[in-house]
Write a protein that binds this ligand. Sequence first.
Ligand code: PXP
Length: 246
Amino acid sequence: MSETEELRLGVNIDHVATVRNARGGVHPDPVRAAVLAEQAGADGITAHLREDRRHIRDADIADIKAALTIPLNFEMAANEEMVAIALATHPHAACIVPERREEVTTEGGLAVAGRENELIWHLAAIKEAGIRLSLFIEPNPEEIRAAATVGADIIELHVGRYCEDEAGRPTELLRIQQAAALAEDLGIECHAGHGLDYDTVAAIAAIPQMRELNIGHFLMGESMFVGMPAALAEMRRLMIQARSAI
Ligand code: PXP
């Protein structure tokens, strides 16, 4: 298996829709962005249909799914409306995220510990439909064990604190490394996302148990300056470089 196969690059195209919605028209088109990302070598596409539809809309999800040959990772809140959309769309994976209307972005991981039964009840249909269940959680052991109880196939570790708090990085990196090792012990695939850029990606990519990084805001911003193929190629180069040093 090559380094590239070992660590996949998932591209989140939500913010193409953010720019589109700023004017209320049809440009720029997030479906075109998803197809371009696939052509530029992305291993998967992530899109988050928020309750308030502030960026991705229902039709985008259906159109992206129809246009892609690579996996769609559908980010969603754990509620009845989103479960119904996931079942109708049948993405490769459903990534469950916390959602509050007033937040600018997904500010922390999903609270799983203490809510296992509620989440099992909400998410059973997703698992039964054969959609991989991913939970976006903080890198802490309690949440990872709770994710195992819920039957998660994947945990996506929220690495926002690592990316944002330069002074706290060594401590946070250790937490993420330990979380990834625990996930492997429990038989859960480990992904990471939130806030990754060219400066922060290497240490996360170098965690041996890491299988996928989902990156959006930085890559879409960088694409404005250098184009999507160049932005994705540079991210991929940094990921391969980090893995080859393991
Ligand atoms: N993964 C998940 C679960 C997310 O919610 C997001 C967006 O917050 C991302 C990855 C991508 O994060 P960013 O846009 O900061 O790269």
